[in-house]
Structure formats: C-alpha cells, structure tokens
Design a protein around this ligand. Structure first.
Ligand code: ATP
Ligand code: MG
Length: 607
C-alpha cells in the first residue's frame, strides 16, 4: 500500500489501530507477562518437549485453524486479518493450522486454495527471530498420537470412561436446560476396565458408533457442554494424512484445545458459538497440565462476533450448493463471497484488510452492510487505479464537418493523465493516448432530442466538450423506422482541443466521456450485481435459493479506449463516471478485453 491515508491496513504497529477488546487483553497480558515464562522447542509438542527449548521469542502466538473442506470466504478473511494482524502487531506469530481431525471431509484442493488465499491477503506463517526462520504450517492430524496419549492419561486418572449407551440413550440422559442429566450405567467402571475398553476401540474390536470415550465431569452441570462430553468416537474412514492407521478419531472439542496447547498458542481466538465450550477447553487443558502432559501457562480462548454481511452467505456448505447446483460458474465466480471470488471480482488484498480493520471486532453479533466492503475498495483504488474511458451503452456521434475542418480521414492525437492526482515525490504514470476522428462512441443517455429540464449534455443547439478532445455542437440525430436514435450529429468547433490555448475560448456546461470509433476496442463487460435480492438470504433457516437475484450478471459489449484494451489480466481501472472495473484474470487478453465491474463510483444499491 502506497498511500499514507491507508495506515490502518499498513500493519506498522498497534499504535495506528483502533483498539478493541482483544487488543486490550493482549496488551494487558504483555504488560503482566502472563505468557512470558513459556518455552518453545521450535516445533509443536508436549510439555516436556517445550521445557527443553528456549524462552519463546514470540510474544504471542495466535492461529488460523480452518477445516480444509471448502474455499475460504469473506468471514474467514476477517478471522485471517484478525489473527495474523494481531500477531504481526504485537511481536508474535500466527500459525497456519489445518484442522483436519475429521477424516471424512478434507481435500488437497482446499488445502492449496486456503494457503493461496492467506498469502494473497498479505500474510504468511514464517517467523523470524534472532535471524532464525521457522515455518508455522501445521496439520492437526499430526497430533493424533498425542491426543490418544492424552485420552489414555485421562482414563487412567479416572477422568474419562467408555460409554456403551446407544446415542439415543445418551441424548435422553443428557437432560436439558432445566433438567440435570442422568449418570450412564457405565460411568462407574474402573480406570483399568475403561483403559482396556478404550484400547479395544483403538484396535478395531468394536463397530462404528458402538461406544464412545467421554470425559467424566458432571452430569448435573448447568453448562450442558460439561455433562461428560464425548472425546473419542469410532469411525472407520481413510484419513488423507494418516490413512487407515486410526479407526477412532477425537471430537473437535477435545482436539482443538490440545492443538492450541501443543503449538504454544497464547490467544486462541474463535467465534461466539464456542463460548459455551470454553469451560471444557479450560477443564481439559488444566487436567492435562496436572497430569504433566502440558506445561503452564496454558492457552486461553477468546470469542468474537462472526462476520455477517448483508446480501451474502457465509457458510461453506451453502456456498458449495450454489456451485454444485450451477447457480454460479464456480467457487471463483466474481459474485461469490469466497476469497477467490472477491479476487476475481477485482477486490484487492488491501481493500479487504481495510474492511476488516474498519468493521473491527466485538462480542455482539451484528450485520455489516455490504456497502462497507465496496467503500473500502473505492478508498483503496481511488488513488491507485488508472483512469480510462469506456462507453457501456454506445451510440455513434458523427462530427459532420470533420473532414472539411480537420481533413478527410484525419485522426487527431489526444492524451489524458492516467491518474488525476499523484502524491508528492511520486512520478506520474505515462499519459493515456488515443485519437479522435470523424466518428466517436458516446453513451446513449448523453443525447436527448428533447432535453429534460436542467439537461446539460447533447441536444440540438447545445455545446459540450468531448473529454480530452474538442468542443462539439449538437445539430440533431438520425433514427430508424422505430424512432430509435441510430446516430447523433454534431459539428466540431475548431481550435478547442483540450490542453491547447483555445481550449477555454468556448464555454460549455458539460464534458462527456467517449471513445474513438477508429481506435476504440470492443470489450465484453460483465456487470455484476448482488447474488441475492434479500439482505438476509438465509436468516431464520429460510431457503436462501429463493432470494437469488436472477439479474446478477448482465454481459454487454462496450467500447474501451486503447489503454484499457492493452490492460494486463487482473489490472484494475476506474472507468470514468462508471465505477471500478478489473480485467478478468481468466478470460481477458490484451486486444480481446473482458472486464468485470467491481463496484460503481458511489453506492447505488436500492436507489
Ligand atoms: P463454515 O461454517 O462456513 O464451514 P467454519 O467456521 O466451519 O465455516 P472453519 O474452517 O472451521 O469454518 O473456520 C476457520 C476459522 O474461520 C475459524 O476460526 C472460524 O471461527 C473463522 N470463521 C469462519 N466463519 C467466520 C465468519 N463469518 N466470521 C469470522 N470468522 C469466521
Ligand atoms: Mg467448521
């Protein structure tokens, strides 16, 4: 990011950031040295492993722990900016961890796309302290051995038991918010019996679902999550990393705190739905520390409100449905709120960082208006995107006196700056060059045979400037049998070319955008709109597909000036008066331009 106005996304330190409750917690912890005694052995591991290491050079450790079962979306972007951003700002590191403890769902395609998305957003998982570089890319499935060991330790300590009740019995005996649970008949087995049973589970002697290992806490706890939660289940499934080595797998609520502890995480930041799990998180880690498997101080969990964005769905499962049912062209369809979709649409990493910084973090659920994302995009591109002229709804303007005044077939060279403002000390980019001749494309709406009140553009007898070109005076139009205008007629006023001494001799009230017929290039322009017409497409369990906006992609043929036709794929522009556009990263080729509209110049949704 080059512009000093954008310091919030610059990452130059906490002093530039708006404070929030997480920053306050971290600053308090740093001040009190809450995590200062931790040691780090260079790789994840148990208490003994880290005890043999040096004092942890990372002041804090956070993590971003996606399950590799889909493409990341804008909600994950918030979590990425938060976790990686906090680590960067406070002299820490953020671990990139795949939470792949569930054997059924993970796929390599998703792992690759997730790594790519995090890096594209501007973050990485390497740390460098005292000249020593470490990579912090981890897979939770690498911790299965420790998780099993931890489970056995709990069994031996009388803190876990094998329950052979049916799932229905277990559910019935769990109780509810008003009724305490009932102890399982298997709850009073001895540690030796439980250990033997648990090993049988591991050794494949029991059928899937026949029994589970449960933590032994309190069946009457007011927090239902503490009523002896299941921690291991039998599931015969081939895991992408460990293959068929295991037929038992840890439950998420058991695995996650352990992953954090093995990685020396200090602040484990998650969304609010895990708030009720925090007591178990603390119980488990505390017990494993008492059993000397983990070292204190232990990681702490903090919850924040997930991102809810209007007109957008942020559930991997529902997004997959849009892809699979063909409502969009793929995960990277420019209308998708996935990071690959936003990228293809033309969103920049800086604009997404800026968005994440502006929405902040809170502990209360709320909806963020979609326009907040668009505003961040405009604020990022305003100073960076080169300008260009494009005519989206073209009609020909014929300068009937051109050959006579300028010479038959003459093309007059014109130029306009690529950027209207350049920061001090910065070299302006080369000007855009194009030509004007007898015929140019203009927007159909820039001509009115009978002008409405206050209309300043082309109507018979009125003069306007063709931006960067000449002043022209409208003389009329040609129409087809249906009365539709097929050409607008005007005369060029000689010696009024922009940038020449005569330019101001004739006063006009309007300057309109245009593209020369001789050097303009036809371009496919995809005018995207929101995918849903309802601000809360899936609220209250509604069928989100019912509010799909059927007009969310309109493809038109426009004319663009030569500089735009030569764009590199993924290059962003401001089409003067129309908004921000990007050369599509898949389909655009110089000379055969394809542009996506990212967003208009100002918020026009619903107006
Ligand atoms: P989904 O329900 O779409 O599958 P998830 O929460 O299950 O999403 P994970 O892969 O488990 O997806 O998420 C990785 C991280 O991203 C988690 O720490 C989670 O809290 C965070 N995250 C997911 N969705 C959001 C959101 N909408 N806002 C903020 N953080 C989110
Ligand atoms: Mg999940």
């Amino acid at each position: 990011m080059s512009d000093a106005n954008h310091t919030p996304a610059d990452g130059s330190g906490p002093e530039h950031k708006t404070s929030n409750f997480l920053r306050a917690i971290i600053e308090r912890d740093l001040e009190q040295g809450s995590h200062a005694s931790r040691r780090w052995a260079g790789t994840p591991g148990d208490g003994a492993h880290h005890a043999a290491g040096d004092p942890d050079p990372a002041k804090i450790r956070t993590r971003f722990p996606p399950e590799p079962n889909g493409y990341l979306h804008v909600g994950h972007a918030k979590s990425i900016c938060l976790n990686f951003g906090l680590a960067r700002d406070y002299g820490g590191v953020c671990h990139m961890r795949f939470d792949d403890t569930n054997p059924e769902k993970e796929e390599k395609e998703y792992v690759d796309s997730i790594l790519d998305a995090v890096q594209w957003l501007g973050f990485g998982w390497d740390s460098s302290f005292g000249g020593k570089t470490e990579s912090h890319l981890y897979y939770a499935s690498d911790y299965f051995d420790f998780m099993y060991r931890a489970a056995e330790a709990l069994v031996q300590a009388g803190l876990a038991y094998v329950d052979e009740q049916t799932p229905e019995q277990m559910r019935a005996n769990r109780g509810d918010f008003t009724t305490p649970g009932t102890d399982s008949p298997f709850r009073s087995r001895t540690p030796a019996e439980n250990l033997a049973r648990f090993r049988e589970m591991r050794d494949g002697q029991h059928a899937d679902g026949a029994m589970v290992l449960r933590a032994k806490i309190d069946m009457a706890s007011p927090n239902i999550n503490l009523r002896d939660p299941a921690i291991y289940r039998i599931r015969r499934a081939t895991h992408h990393n460990t293959g068929d080595r295991w037929c038992i797998y840890p439950m998420y609520t058991f695995a996650h705190p352990i992953e954090d502890a093995l990685e020396n995480i200090t602040h484990s930041i998650c969304t609010l739905e895990f708030e009720d799990q925090r007591p178990f998180y603390d119980w488990l880690l505390d017990k494993l520390a008492e059993l000397r498997l983990l070292a204190r101080p232990l990681p702490r969990q903090y919850e924040f409100a997930r991102l809810n964005l209007t007109y957008v769905i942020t559930s991997k499962r529902k997004l997959a449905q849009l892809v699979n049912d063909g409502h969009v062209s793929g995960w990277d369809d420019p209308r998708m709120p996935t990071i690959v979709g936003l990228r293809r649409r033309g969103y920049t990493p800086e604009s997404i960082q800026l968005f994440a910084e502006r929405i902040g973090v809170t502990k209360a659920d709320s909806w963020i208006d979609y326009s907040t994302l668009e505003i961040a995009l405009r604020d990022d591109l305003e100073s960076k995107a080169h300008r260009g002229m494009a005519v989206l709804d073209p009609v020909k303007l014929v300068l009937t006196n051109w050959d006579e005044v300028m010479g038959a077939g003459h093309l007059e060279p014109c130029a306009l700056p690529a950027l209207p403002h350049v920061a001090e000390g910065q070299t302006p980019p080369p000007a855009r060059e194009f030509t004007i001749g007898r015929e140019v494309w203009i927007e159909r709406e820039d001509f009115a045979e009978v002008p409405p009140k206050g209309y300043k553009r082309l109507f018979p007898g009125n003069k306007v400037r063709l931006k960067g070109g000449f002043v022209v005076e409208c003389t009329g139009c040609e129409k087809d049998a249906e009365g539709r205008v097929t050409a607008v007629l005007a005369t060029v006023v000689p010696d009024t070319k922009s940038g020449t001494p005569g330019a101001d001799a004739v006063k006009v009230k309007a300057a309109i955008t245009w593209v020369g017929v001789a050097d303009g290039v036809a371009a496919e322009v995809r005018l995207y709109d929101r995918l849903f017409s309802d601000a809360h497409p899936d609220a209250g369990g509604r069928d989100f597909k019912a509010s799909l906006n059927l007009d969310s992609c309109r493809v038109i043929t426009a004319y663009v000036e030569p500089s735009l036709a030569q764009a590199a794929p993924d290059q962003k522009f401001q089409f003067e008066r129309h908004g921000y556009f990007v050369a599509d990263r898949q389909d655009h080729a110089p000379g055969r331009p394809v542009f996506n509209r990212i967003t208009g110049l100002k918020d026009s949704w619903g107006k």
